[in-house]
Design a protein around this ligand. Structure first.
Ligand SMILES: Cc1ncc(COP(=O)(O)O)c(C=O)c1O
Length: 454
């Protein structure tokens, strides 16, 4: 795992359609100085993405400065739900900048008041308090802190946080402790023994998806259920776009009620219509005690939020749960405009409808190629798990090659993620139309066929 695309321009077939235009070698020879500078001055960890040098982005398209245009199946990384460069969002940003109003720390401001009210109004009862932060990982840290703080008030040993194998919650210390990818947390050394992972029941490779697995794993690990202060799960697992069975989610909710543990859904990917519902957890018919938001909250600028019941969110005294950039006015204004746009255009319903197009197309592709092991997803988030022929073993190299070929054909995807680095994620802006989906899926099909025969 962990590969970089080579900085060697190659001839690629020219493409010209309504959604895609490729008219240069790739990577573009003139872009090499930029790519080299990034390789020289940034850590190696930053060099994992395909070599499209972004210049501007609008709607479902990303453009470089050399005349090429990509149809975007990535939304950056599931961020631009309202489309790239959404006009309403841009106007809101310009208004704040020209006022000018760039920063407010935790001093009161009207724009922050408007945003927290807006999020609270669309959050289900009784999750009515909103704490704004900057990144997704920070919201996870905050959720962990709130679970433990509340647990400690019941008993000093009520501090176990349960999470799921293969889960990704961000790259900060706490978020990686509750993450379920062992290779990402080797650096920690002394992993908190009160962070426990259980098998994720939605993963297509998982045989037993019953809630008994949750109970039995905790028993095997010697966990006293009453010492659990929180259970955290991505609403769907980012690495595979897999959801947990509804029945499992309901039993998990009951378990948390019974043992006075908070249920936390990490909605950083799933929120704001991505899955065909405004909130991903609506698919389960259960409510969390806390949920975390990021990515699609603003369709571009860095802002995130923790939403929860007032008695949880009010655990900390004035001045003791804050952040320098909480509710930054420019980011808040962009989030307000973005949320208004998502609601006005009913993008969750559109995502649901377009999801049915993807489901059909991607399953058709799966039937055609035995290297497509699994197709998972809902709404406008999907994953193709690439496997070694005739097995369920992930094939990260092949997935990497397929993504490269798609990008060379004008379809933008981010590098493969998930188990074995073999999951090709498909997550276009929620404004995408059916003809663009069909066109993009044909590109994926072509790329798989070429990669398999090379
Ligand atoms: C489910 C989930 N949680 C948390 C994060 C971390 O968010 P950020 O990169 O903004 O810290 C991510 C990012 O990919 C995510 O997908």
């Amino acid at each position: 795992m962990g590969k970089a695309y080579a900085l060697e321009p190659a001839e690629v077939k020219p493409v010209q359609t309504k959604y895609r235009k490729i008219s240069t070698k790739f990577p573009v020879p003139e872009s090499l100085p930029i790519l080299e500078k990034l390789r020289q001055w940034e850590p190696r960890s930053m060099s994992g993405q395909p070599l499209v040098v972004w210049h501007k982005a609008k709607g479902v398209n990303v453009f470089d400065a050399y005349g090429n245009m990509w149809l975007d199946f990535s939304s950056g990384v599931l961020v631009t739900n309202a489309g790239h460069g959404n006009s309403k969002v841009c106007r809101a940003i310009k208004e704040m900048v020209s006022r000018p109003f760039l920063h407010n720390y935790c001093f009161p401001s009207e724009v922050r008041a408007q945003l927290v009210e807006k999020i609270a109004n669309i959050a289900p009862e009784p999750l009515k308090k909103v704490f704004l932060l900057t990144t997704g990982a920070e919201t996870v840290e905050c959720a962990i802190k709130l679970c433990r703080t509340a647990g400690k008030m019941i008993s000093p040993s009520k501090k176990v946080i349960v999470s799921f194998q293969h889960a990704f919650h961000g790259r900060t210390l706490g978020a990686q402790m509750v993450g379920g990818i062992p290779s990402l947390k080797e650096w920690i050394g002394n992993i908190d023994p009160d962070t426990i992972q259980v098998t994720f029941p939605g993963d297509p490779r998982t045989q037993d998806r019953s809630f008994d697995v949750f109970i039995n794993t905790l028993k095997e690990k010697g966990v006293n259920f009453d010492n659990i202060c929180g259970v955290i799960s991505e609403t769907y697992q980012g690495g595979s776009a897999a959801f947990m069975p509804v029945e499992y989610a309901r039993k998990l909710r009951e378990f948390c009620n019974q043992h006075r543990a908070f249920l936390v859904f990490d909605e950083i990917q799933a929120g704001f219509g991505r899955t065909g519902k405004l909130w991903g957890f609506q698919h389960y018919g259960v409510l969390p005690d806390i949920f975390t938001l990021g990515k699609g909250i603003s369709s571009g600028l860095p802002i995130s939020a923790v939403v929860g019941k007032p008695e949880i969110m009010d655990l900390y005294e004035p001045g003791t749960m804050t952040s320098t950039h909480t509710g930054n006015p420019v980011c808040s204004a962009s989030a307000i405009a973005n949320i208004d746009y998502i609601l006005e255009k009913n993008l969750p319903a559109h995502a649901e409808k377009m999801g049915r197009v993807f489901e059909k197309e991607l399953n058709r592709i799966k039937e055609k190629f035995s290297v497509v092991g699994f197709v998972c997803g809902k709404g406008l988030v999907w994953a193709l798990s690439i496997v070694k022929k005739g097995s369920i073993e992930p094939d990260g190299d092949l997935a990497f090659d397929i993504v490269k070929r798609c990008v060379e054909k004008g379809l933008l995807l981010f590098a493969p993620v998930g188990f074995g680095g073999a999951s090709i994620k498909i997550s276009p802006p929620l404004i995408i139309k059916k003809d663009a989906i069909i066109e993009g899926c044909l590109v994926v099909e072509e790329a798989i066929a070429e990669a398999c025969s090379s």
